[in-house]
Design a binder for this molecule. Sequence first.
Ligand SMILES: Nc1nc2c(ncn2[C@@H]2O[C@H](COP(=O)(O)OP(=O)(O)OP(=O)(O)O)[C@@H](O)[C@H]2O)c(=O)[nH]1
Ligand SMILES: [Mg+2]
Length: 326
Amino acid sequence: MNSQEIEKIPSILREDEILDKAFGRAKKVAKEMYSEGSKKIVVQRKMITITSDIISKTLVSSVKKYPSVDNLPNFYRELIDLSVGIDKLKVSLGRVHGVSKRIKKLSREYITRMTDERDSVNIRKQFYGRSASMVKKISKDLIFLNEAREKIRKFPKIDFDCPLIVVSGYPNVGKSCIVNLISSGRPDIAIYPFTTKNISVGHFTHGRRRYQVVDIPGILDRPLQKRNEMEKVAILAIKDLADVILHVLDPTETCGYPMEEQLNLLEEVKNTFLLPVLVVANKLDIKKVESDIFEISISAKTGENLEEMTERLINLVDGNGDLGGL
Ligand SMILES: Nc1nc2c(ncn2[C@@H]2O[C@H](COP(=O)(O)OP(=O)(O)OP(=O)(O)O)[C@@H](O)[C@H]2O)c(=O)[nH]1
Ligand SMILES: [Mg+2]
C-alpha cells in the first residue's frame, strides 16, 4: 500500500445499514416478480439469494478494500499497531470475512429446504432471522473497522522517495512554529506542551528538489515504558522516516523544561538513531545564549537565521554537510 491507498479505504456499513440494504432490495424484487405473476416459492427463493448476495458482497468488499497490513511499509504498519492494534484489526477482518462465507452457505441450505410452496414464506423468514443474527454478531467489528478507517485515513501521506527531515525536541520548544515557517505544513501552535498530537508533513523546494518536513509531538527525557502514545508516535517517525533530524532546543527554558533534561533527550536521539542531526537553539528573540552544543540560534518568532538553518539542513540531507563531528 502506498499513501494514496490509505485514503481509499471505503467506509464500512453498520449492521443495520447492511440489513436494510439487503432486505430492502429483496423486497423490491419480490414485488416486481409477484406483479409479473411468479410463483410464491420462486419469489421466496429469490429473496434468499438476493439477501445473501448483498450481505456477503458488502462484507467481502469491506475486507478486501482494507489494505493488507503485511504489505505496508514499516512506518504505516507500526503506526496502525500503535493507534489501532494490528491483532485487533486482523481478528475483526477475519470475523467479517467468516460471516460473509457462512451466510452464503446458509442461503444454500435454506433454498434446498424450501420444497413446499406452503411453508416457503416461513422458511425465508427463518433465513432472514438467522442471517440478521449473524450480522449482529459482528456489529462491534464493523464499528471498530470504521473507526480504524477514520484513523488510518488521517495518517500523514509520506513520499518514501523524497528526502525527509524530522523536527524533534522537547514539548513547547517551537517545533511546529519552525515547520510552519520553513514548509507548507500547517501544524497547530500553542503555549502549552503536547499541542502536536500527531505526525504531520509539509514540503519545501530548493532548486529542483523537494524536501519533506515532518512535525512530531514533543518527547520527554524518560524511559520508553513511561512514554505516552504521542511520544511513541514521535519516536516511530524518527526511526522509520528521518533522513536527517532537526533537533530543537529552547535554552530560554520558557517551554517549561530545564536545559539539562532537553540535553539528555538530545543525547538519546543522537545515540539511538545514528542519523545526521542539526541542533538548533530557538527563541533567540527572548534570550541570546552562547554555547557550542547547538550549531545555530534562531527565532521562529522573528524569523532570524531561519534561512541559514534551512541551508544547513539541505546540505546535511544532500550529504555535503559538515557534521561537526556528530
Ligand atoms: N518568543 C518566542 N516564542 C516562540 C518561538 N518559537 C515558538 N514560540 C512559542 O512557543 C510556544 C510553543 O510553540 P510550538 O511551535 O507549538 O511548540 P512545539 O515544540 O511544537 O510544542 P508541542 O507540539 O507541544 O511539542 C508557542 O507559544 C509559540 O508561539 C520563538 O522563536 N520565540
Ligand atoms: Mg508542536
